[in-house]
Design a protein around this ligand. Structure first.
Ligand code: SF4
Length: 64
């Protein structure tokens, strides 16, 4: 599984970071998402799914 982030869609809401700071961070320049680990394993897989669901701009998706 791989996390795909479309920074063009990201509005910098930070919901993904709040959901899992091990997987996501925000750019210091414009607040858009930075994926720290795009191939999560174990418990982080569920967190990645949660982050995709809470993102308000559908900027995150998963490649299964
Ligand atoms: S939750 Fe979505 S819009 Fe907000 S920072 Fe993360 S990817 Fe961007």
């Amino acid at each position: 599984m791989k996390i795909i982030a479309d920074t063009g869609k990201c509005v910098g809401a930070g919901q993904c970071v709040l959901t899992e700071p091990e997987l996501f961070d925000q750019s210091e320049e414009d607040g858009t998402v930075v994926v720290l680990n795009d191939t999560p394993e174990g418990e982080l897989i569920e967190k990645a799914r949660e982050a995709v669901n809470v993102c308000p701009s559908q900027a995150l998706s998963l490649q299964e």
